[in-house]
Design a protein around this ligand. Structure first.
Ligand code: HEM
Length: 464
């Protein structure tokens, strides 16, 4: 938490200085409330650095979609310097690594049978794990995280892990590490007092458990790369690492396909994909327990249209409009990446007619888009009708931006949607989710951090 001054935009006119505080994603709601006072765009001064917060669909759309190229960069801060990979990279490195990763994920089977089969396999394992509890209260988070991590591992490494495997524990803890670390005060302190922190950092860094887990994840990735290198046959690209190795062999002086980038890209994909998808599924189960009538309608649709004799496929969303609408509403209502990820303005430009200078940082408040009353009938309610027309057909909404938008839109959107749809439908077909006996209230308030997640909870997966 750090103090800042708020001014209205344009930033030259400091018309309304007030004090406030910013802390990670939970502030999305605070920003949305501040927008009523200061307008949909206002400037936070983080010391000398202006950060413009964009609120509501129109402002976010104007920056991220209409001026996508102008806001394509991430800031290089003292903490995030010399960054490679995708999430925090810029320029030529970011472009090459992002384009390659997108293309490779697609070629490895996004939207094709192979990837779907992996996801279906993990969905079945999840069903078996829940079934073993025979309706007794259980915390679903570990089994969901295992299944999601194994889907990502299958894409990147070409194999899954058994939960007893020691490497799996490395993967497990490492995939949560950066999200946990980014939600703490340390990166902010690092940015605010770089010189001091540089002296103190070896001491701090060593003591931070999250960063130790991160190192373990990188070690696991390095080991996977080594074992791929030993058995690599160029013509037979089976997974992401194989494809990357082929790319490294192409002799191009401007190439950014080096081993350190490969390690970072793979780590980025785990960090960005694992917690986000797991937490979305945790919210989905929680909302089903909170709205048994909605859960029942999903089950009715699954029973009538799919039945129990075959695996669920991603293309089934076309014939399951209600289930599809419920999942979209889960992603809207939970708004897990509430304040979005910070961007930097690459040239002097405008947003909604206001000048924004090169180098200014922006926070696209995605929560304010997903709760914008001009675009959602009942933004404060969990209401799947937001995604249905009067005849019950699925309706796409332009203000549905949980994955953000523009050139830097989430790279794993397709993978996340496919995993969520197949896993959610598979577990709802097999179980009814209920609160443990004696628990009367459901806590829908998120806990903070980089991602908005539910408080740990127990559920009963009652076989149907
Ligand atoms: C429900 C699940 C997910 C949500 C809600 C989500 C949301 C987001 C958001 C809001 C961003 C920031 C985009 C921006 O800068 O404006 C992002 C970036 C990113 N996401 Fe996701 N994500 C999810 C799952 C995944 C998965 C499964 C993967 C891959 C395995 C992934 C990989 C990435 C990457 C690599 C970036 C950085 C893109 C770039 O900087 O070019 N995400 N995601």
């Amino acid at each position: 938490i750090y103090f800042i001054i708020v001014t209205e935009v344009p930033i030259e006119k400091k018309t309304c200085p007030t004090c406030s505080c910013v802390c990670t994603s939970l502030c999305a709601l605070l920003h949305w409330q501040m927008a009523r006072r200061h307008g949909n765009m206002y400037t936070l001064w983080l010391g000398q650095t202006p950060v413009i917060v964009l609120n509501g669909f129109q402002a976010v759309k104007d920056a991220l979609i209409s001026h996508s190229e102008d806001f394509v960069e991430r800031p290089i801060t003292p903490f995030l310097r010399d960054i490679i990979g995708i999430i925090f990279a810029n320029g030529h490195t970011w472009k090459q690594q992002r384009r390659f990763s997108l293309m490779t994920l697609r070629n490895l089977g996004l939207g094709k049978r192979t990837l779907e089969e992996w996801i279906q396999g993990q969905a079945q394992l999840l069903v078996q794990t829940f079934a073993r509890e025979k309706g007794r209260p259980m915390d679903p988070s570990v089994s969901i995280l295992s299944s999601i991590n194994n889907v990502i591992a299958a894409v990147l490494f070409g194999h899954c892990f058994s939960s007893e495997d020691e490497s799996f524990q490395q993967l497990f803890k490492g995939s949560r590490a950066m999200a946990e670390f980014e939600g703490t005060i340390w990166p902010r302190l690092y940015d605010a007092f770089p010189t001091l922190m540089k002296h103190l950092s070896p001491m701090f860094m060593r003591s931070l458990l999250a960063l130790t887990h991160m190192q373990d994840l990188r070690r696991l990735v390095k080991d996977e790369i080594k074992s791929h290198q030993n058995s690599w046959v160029p013509e037979k690209s089976q997974d992401f690492i194989d494809s990357y190795l082929s790319q490294m062999w192409k002799d191009n002086p401007a190439s950014t396909f080096k081993e350190n980038n490969m390690i970072q890209v793979i780590t980025d994909l785990f960090i960005a994909g694992s917690d986000t998808t797991t937490i979305s599924l945790l919210w989905a189960i929680l909302y089903m327990m909170a709205h048994p009538e909605i859960q029942e309608r999903v089950q009715e649709e699954l029973d009538t249209i799919i039945g129990s004799s075959r695996e669920i496929r991603y293309e089934d969303r076309m014939i399951l409009p209600y289930t599809n609408a419920v999942l979209h509403e889960v992603l809207r209502y939970s708004s897990i990446s509430a304040t979005g990820v910070i961007r930097k303005c690459t040239k002097d430009t405008t947003v909604q007619g206001f000048p924004v200078s090169k180098g200014t940082l922006i926070f696209p408040n995605l929560f304010s888009v997903l709760y914008d009353p001009d675009h959602w009938e009942t933004p404060q309610e969990f209401n799947p009708s937001h995604f249905l027309d009067k005849a019950g057909n699925f309706l796409n909404k332009e203000a549905f931006l949980p994955f953000s938008a523009g050139h830097r839109v989430c790279l794993g959107e397709q993978l996340a949607k496919t995993s969520l749809f197949i896993m959610f439908s598979s577990i709802l077909r097999a179980f009814t989710f209920r609160l443990p006996e004696g628990v009367k209230e459901i806590n829908e308030k998120p806990i903070g951090g980089f991602i908005l997640q539910p408080e740990p909870y127990k559920m009963c997966a009652v076989p149907r």
